[in-house]
Design a protein around this ligand. Sequence first.
Ligand code: AMP
Length: 113
Amino acid sequence: MSTIFKRIIDREIPADIIYEDDRCLAFRDVNPQAPTHVLVIPKKEITSIDALAEEDGELVAHLWQVIRKLARELGVAGSGYRVVVNNGPNGGQTVDHLHFHLLGGRPMTWPPG
Ligand code: AMP
């Protein structure tokens, strides 16, 4: 069964998409935890960090470059931001399609909850 993120990639359900290229998609989180909260996802169906293959290295490097570019475009690069990838049940992952949370626009606390 398709995850909700695969359905967004396939345009079966709407999302506030702010960036797309041949390998990834970025859209605003529907339940934002910060003034800027964007999800960057690969188009390839990878369940989680744990499911990454050696061959995915270039894709992951690309995702980081997209995150860096978006942080600048969204105006949070100067003030700072946080990138979070939840993995598995204890990590708090709720959607089984690899995604990077880009959070900014407010100071973050540590440790995370
Ligand atoms: P995680 O808990 O790390 O798996 O994150 C899943 C994220 O996806 C949460 O922050 C949700 O708010 C977000 N989310 C779930 N459904 C949608 C949707 N249809 N559009 C945008 N964001 C979503």
